[in-house]
Design a binder for this molecule. Structure first.
Ligand code: NAP
Length: 248
């Protein structure tokens, strides 16, 4: 039980990597606040945790809303007594592959992926610092480390998450560790529409030396490590979980 005694908030817990992470942290002993824009989806994840014998609460919130971020932290602490762990998995991809998206689309992607990560972290940091041994893990991307994304907004938002991670790691050491993972293409509802396009799928597959795409559980395993006390000497890192994509 690598997360015994921990209390985690996982944003974007209703789907994909966030859902897999919430389940894994709970299976390792954490009590988990499952946060999502879609409350029903958060409830489904919390119910799956409880069905497996864990403890969870479902909270609906938009991470771009400062007051909603404060509320989820307050609710998690009220329910479980403390907060040790935050995983920022709420995120969006661009609506279409547009090399020059209009300002509104740019803003939407940056608001959720970057500003949402900042706002949830900002709300959680005092409680994480007070708990001792607190940790934040952000979801960046291979597209935060390379220019390979077809979306300027997505690439910019994820590159900024990598450097936000480093800045916060320095600012909040030693009280709170802050790291991010940089997944390659993972099979989730976010990537399903892209993977339906045979040309895109084939081209993307060629860039993953292991010869396949990743599973949400494989990213959750890395997040579990970074969230646990086994990573007590690890802060400010951007860990690729990408089947070798960024080794090229
Ligand atoms: P996903 O399956 O679409 O899950 C993302 C979840 O975040 C959804 O439940 C979504 O709710 C929720 N969400 C979106 N906007 C939100 C907001 N403003 N407030 C609260 N929740 C919000 O995506 P995923 O593939 O698991 O991705 C998770 C994270 O990993 C994202 O940050 C993504 O950019 C990153 N990532 C993914 C991949 C990949 O290949 N899948 C690779 C690298 C990085 P709705 O469905 O209701 O919008």
């Amino acid at each position: 039980m690598r997360m015994r005694g921990k209390v985690a908030i996982v944003t974007g817990a209703g789907s994909g990597i966030g859902r897999a992470t919430a389940l894994r942290l709970a299976a390792e002993g954490a009590r988990v606040a499952c946060v999502d824009l879609a409350l029903d989806a958060a409830r489904a994840t919390a119910a799956a945790i409880e069905a497996a014998g864990g403890e969870a609460v479902a909270l609906g919130a938009d991470v771009t809303d400062e007051r909603a971020c404060a509320r989820i932290v307050g609710d998690a602490v009220a329910r479980f007594g403390r907060l040790t762990t935050l995983v920022n998995s709420a995120g969006v991809r661009p609506e279409r592959r547009d090399p020059a998206p209009p300002p509104r689309e740019w803003q939407r992607v940056v608001d959720v992926n970057l500003t949402g990560t900042y706002l949830a972290s900002r709300a959680a940091l005092p409680a994480l610092a007070a708990a001792g041994g607190g940790a934040i893990t952000n979801l960046a991307s291979i597209y935060g480390l390379t220019g390979g994304s077809l979306s300027p907004a997505y690439a910019a938002s994820k590159g900024a998450v990598v450097n936000l991670t480093r800045q916060m790691a320095l600012q909040w050491a030693p009280a709170v560790r802050v790291n991010c993972v940089c997944p390659g293409v993972i099979e989730t509802p976010m990537t399903a529409p892209l993977l339906e396009d045979p040309a895109w799928r084939e081209a993307a597959l060629r860039k993953h030396p292991v010869g396949r795409f990743g599973r949400p559980e494989e990213v959750a395993a890395a997040i579990l490590y970074l969230s646990s006390d086994e990573a007590a000497f690890v802060t400010g890192v951007a860990l690729p979980v990408d089947g070798g994509y960024t080794a090229a």
